[in-house]
Design a protein around this ligand. Sequence first.
Ligand SMILES: [Cu+2]
Length: 123
Amino acid sequence: MSFKPLIVASVLALAAALAPALLHAHAYPMVAVPPEGAVLRDSPREIRIQFTEGIELEFSHIDVKNAAGEKMNAGNLRRIADDTVAVAVKALAPGTYRIEWQVLSVDTHVTDGVLRFTVAGGK
Ligand SMILES: [Cu+2]
């Protein structure tokens, strides 16, 4: 009697269950400008995010909000590349800001999340 075959079978089943998730990561920010947690001296002129896969511009949005929850976008979301979008922002006063993003990737999955950055203000 040995439990080994059962353990091997369990490991294989687990690997099979995890593989699709690993192979298929959906669209998540790969590169954000400014990056998560950035502390900037001056207001950025735009927010740009490159995702891990191509996204559908018409069904995606990025909202930049100040600490009071006011939307600070200064234009529509623009496509830079299949997987990269940008949106201009108003001149941001010193403070903390949220980048609330939601995108539809070309594989029809919707993902969303929040990135944060701070404008420290120059002198
Ligand atoms: Cu997906």
